[in-house]
Design a protein around this ligand. Structure first.
Ligand code: GLU
Ligand code: MG
Length: 453
């Protein structure tokens, strides 16, 4: 018998795996959800039992390739290589295990979609973001990011006239009004605790504009972690509400005549522990140039649903024009002034909401910014007025999902970055959603977005 090479470990599980198994037992976890985000922007997954967890951490859970051809109405689309024949694995990232305080007995792990041989599948959204981060690293940059989500809190009531259920907002408190802190207090404290338990660091909270609207922001993190955080955030906002017999939605425009829910994307670029956006005006300008140049196409990924485009209207602080400006809340890219001396300069992308797949959205933003840096794209003059007060002067963002998808299809940089399988599936799934809502009444669109997002 040959000697084992020194240092080889037999029956010594990966320390991550050992830690997860120990934690799951200690925390009384029975089910561990392996979660991923699909082309419809929906968070889906399968759960492993604790007794089978050790093995499933290694093998993942089997899944049909066809699920990445499903739209947000659970209508399966015909996409090449995503037929009912073919298998992938939902493979959890061991660094992402978190217990879910709003679902006692359950934990979650953010997951990749891999081929049975363990290599990442070309349609895995999380891998798309990882690759974008690697591309950035090849130029010696890293990106810190944070989604700044808004949501609407209320109750779900049947429609007396037999239509879709209605979201009845929790309150009619005014924007930032102290009274709003009180009406939403019990929920907010539970939400904060649930988020902090999952390792998300809460920055700020306030009652927002419009009935039941809330905003609770999360501290920035490296790009992949920021997207993982946003998945957990979305599910926790809704899960905590459900446990309290309430209904919460992050849909971009759940109530047609009220303020929309954004998920503005805050970005800072780093090199050698320096925030490049604070140190190098040229690089910052080129990154903005990349965002502005790709904005029409980007919105197809950052504002991923039919309902998204109802939100992008002028005078809503959600942005309707493809311009940038210092602390300009009507510009698509706001150059944020830092908070205090230790504050970090960052960019805020306003055409971004929680119906997007956060991995595709953030990955595409990285590719756009990087393209700006590589080609030294000029962002033009900053805009220091509300662009809507200068009719015809500034370019509008796409007005609908089909318009944004056409722009995406025409954008060589983003189409190349997405790759053939993913771009074909994304365009097909999203066009099917646009078709499914076309010609239907507004209440059908609102209900379906608020129940999913
Ligand atoms: N609710 C606005 C939106 O749809 C954002 C308001 C703000 O926080 O500036 O983006
Ligand atoms: Mg806000």
């Amino acid at each position: 018998m040959r000697d084992r090479p020194s240092g080889t470990k037999i029956n010594q599980p990966d320390p991550h795996v050992r830690r997860i198994l120990e934690r799951a037992e200690l925390e009384g976890i029975e089910l561990i959800r392996f979660l991923y985000a699909d082309h419809g922007g929906v968070i889906r997954g399968k759960a492993a039992s604790r007794s089978r967890l050790a093995e499933r951490l290694r093998t993942g859970i089997g899944h049909t390739v066809a699920m990445m051809a499903m739209n947000m109405l659970d209508q399966l689309q015909e996409v090449e290589h995503m037929s009912p024949v073919g298998e992938v694995r939902i493979v959890p990232d061991p660094a992402t295990y978190v217990p879910l305080p709003h679902a006692p007995g359950a934990a979650a792990m953010l997951s990749d979609l891999c081929l049975p041989d363990g290599t990442p599948w070309d349609a895995c959204a999380r891998t798309f973001l990882k690759n974008a981060v690697a591309e950035l690293a090849s130029e010696n940059y890293t990106l810190q990011a944070a989604f700044e989500p808004e949501f609407t809190l209320g109750r779900r009531l049947p429609d007396p006239s037999g239509g879709p259920d209605r979201l009845v907002p929790l309150d009619d408190a005014l924007c930032y009004a102290n009274a709003g802190f009180d009406t939403a207090h019990d929920y907010t404290i539970k939400l904060m605790r649930a988020l902090e338990t999952q390792g998300l660091r809460v920055e700020h909270y306030h009652p927002e504009l419009g009935p039941g609207q809330q905003e609770l922001s999360i501290r920035h993190a490296p790009a992949l972690r920021a997207a993982d955080n946003h998945v957990l955030y979305r599910e926790t906002v809704r899960g905590v509400a459900m446990r309290m017999s309430m209904w919460a939605t992050l849909a971009p425009k759940p109530l047609a005549d009220q303020s929309g829910n954004g998920a503005h994307l805050h970005l800072s670029l780093w090199r050698d522990s320096q925030n490049v956006f604070g140190e190098d005006d040229e690089i910052r300008a080129a990154f903005i140039g990349g965002l502005i140049a790709h904005l029409p196409a980007l919105t197809a990924l950052t504002c991923g649903s039919v309902n998204s485009f109802r939100r992008l209207s002028p005078r809503s602080w959600s942005s309707a024009y493809a311009v940038y400006g210092p602390d300009n809340r009507e510009a698509a890219v706001r150059v944020c002034s830092p908070l205090g001396e230790s504050g970090e300069p960052n960019l805020e992308l306003k055409p971004s909401d929680s119906s997007a797949n956060p991995y595709l959205s953030l990955g595409a933003v990285i590719h756009a910014g990087l393209d700006g840096i590589r080609r030294k794209l000029d962002p033009g003059e900053p805009v220091d007025v509300d662009p809507d007060t200068r009719p015809g002067r500034y370019p509008r963002l796409p007005a609908s999902l089909p318009e944004a998808l056409d722009a995406l299809e025409a954008d060589e940089v983003l189409m190349e970055a997405l790759g053939p399988l993913r771009r074909n599936a994304y365009l097909t799934v999203k066009r099917s959603e646009a078709a499914a809502f076309a010609g239907r009444d507004v209440s059908y669109e609102l209900f379906n977005h608020l129940r999913v997002f």
